[in-house]
Design a protein around this ligand. Structure first.
Ligand code: GDP
Ligand code: MN
Length: 399
């Protein structure tokens, strides 16, 4: 589950990480009200208005703007709220902005410049450890730094059993060339940041930029957080942070009916049982030259009702030009699955216009193939795995 910047900052603050303070608003009037409140608390006369969408690169897309007065808070918020923000990390059609964060301007306290750093904590599956990635070249162009000067990005593996040590925190602060008070501040900052990542069961905590102010304070200006869905049961209070407006509507619907569905960019819809087979199927589609439109695991019970639900989800994606059904019938016999597929497709005759390639392997697979072949529907049956993937390519070429 991804969080909005304002939610992530709240969590960080709860763990003692110093943050750029602010309040969220969903109307320009409300933005003005919270700006006044912020002014009373921080004394800041300048505000940063930040679009709250689940995507980075907002600054470049016009979703982060400075307001130098309360009047400007109104006009800038009015402009950003409701806008369709397009950044390198949004879908190409952009994302609608429903909320803005009104934050204190922390860049020019007294007109002096600040230093920007990049710090993230993430799960490194390859080493089965957590990893801290950091750089003195923070700010908007960290991707460019990674590409052109990767030596400026440091990494540090942290064993989840020992956690972040004082030595680790020292190493990070030293490599960022910090001294004195700023160094001490950075040590506390990374310790609290790691603590937040660890205790919230997250797989990513990315802070870009972390800044050092002219008075040597270290604080988080931005925050991108992904919480591990599998650990959400331990954090019932985080459940309400979910913003379904940010999620793919087809994925939301699939989740509601208990299907494991992930939307992808290709044009071959996949209906498979078991996550391992689903991944193998996607690999084979790619090997045959195709691109999967989704990952869909119907799970153990591939009865007609479930198959129909799965077809309905798959065809919601307008990019789907063919569907590959690849089901292994072990305990669920293939002939029953075949009948389920035929029944589902008969029910949906007017809705499914794309060809369907069916491969059923396992118990009673021969009877299943006969059922599919004699159905009179737009099916192409296959016996071998590779044959199924090749048939998908063939129907795509001829349609
Ligand atoms: P992102 O573009 O989605 O990563 O959004 P960020 O929260 O990182 O903000 C983008 C950029 O806005 C930062 O890199 C800063 O340059 C700028 N910015 C953020 N906060 C402030 C602030 O308090 N004052 C000023 N002047 N600029 C800010
Ligand atoms: Mn950022």
């Amino acid at each position: 589950m991804n969080l909005h910047e304002y939610q992530a900052k709240e969590i960080l603050s709860g763990f003692g990480v110093r943050i750029q303070r602010g309040y969220v608003a969903s109307t320009p009037e409300n933005a003005v009200a919270v700006a006044n409140k912020l002014n009373e608390e921080t004394g800041s006369d300048f505000f940063v208005i930040k679009a709250q969408v689940h995507a980075g690169g907002r600054g470049k897309g016009g979703g982060v703007k400075l307001a130098k007065s309360i009047d400007e808070v109104y006009s800038v918020s009015d402009k950003i709220l409701g806008m369709n923000l397009i950044t390198p990390q949004t879908p190409k059609e952009g994302k609608k902005v429903h909320q803005v964060l009104i934050a204190e301007d922390v860049y020019y306290p007294g007109g002096s410049e600040v230093e920007e750093y990049y710090i993230s904590v993430l799960l490194n599956r390859a080493t089965a450890k957590n990893m801290i990635m950091y750089s003195s070249e923070g700010g908007m162009d960290i991707e460019a730094v990674a590409e052109s000067t990767p030596e400026l990005i440091h990494t540090l593996d942290v064993s989840p059993s020992t956690g972040l040590t004082v030595k680790d925190a020292n190493e990070i602060a030293s490599n960022l060339n910090l001294k004195g008070n700023a160094k001490e501040e950075m040590i506390s900052f990374v310790k609290a940041l790691y603590d937040a990542y660890d205790k919230s069961d997250s797989s990513l905590f990315e802070i870009n930029p972390v800044i050092k102010t002219s008075d040597d304070k270290i604080l988080a200006v931005d925050a991108k957080v992904t919480i591990d869905d599998n650990a959400l049961f331990r954090h019932p209070d985080y459940l309400e942070l979910r913003d379904v407006r940010e999620e793919n509507p087809i994925e939301v619907e699939a989740k509601e009916v208990g299907l494991n569905y992930v939307d992808l960019d290709g044009n071959v819809g996949c209906m498979v049982n078991g996550a391992g087979l689903a991944m193998a199927t996607m690999d084979l589609i790619k090997q045959a030259g195709g691109e999967p439109a989704n990952f869909l695991d119907v799970g153990g019970t591939a009865d007609s009702e479930r198959v129909e639900t799965a077809f309905r989800i798959i065809i919601k994606d307008p990019n789907v030009k063919a569907i590959l059904v690849n089901i292994f019938g072990g305990i669920v016999r293939c002939d029953r699955v075949a009948n389920g597929i035929v029944d589902a497709c008969k029910n949906m005759k007017d809705e499914i216009s794309v060809p369907i390639i069916v491969r059923l392997e396992g118990t009673n697979s021969k009877i299943a193939k006969e059922i599919i072949d004699s159905s009179g529907l737009n099916f192409h049956s296959a016996v071998e795995f590779k044959e199924a993937a090749d048939k998908v390519q063939k129907v795509l070429e001829t349609t």
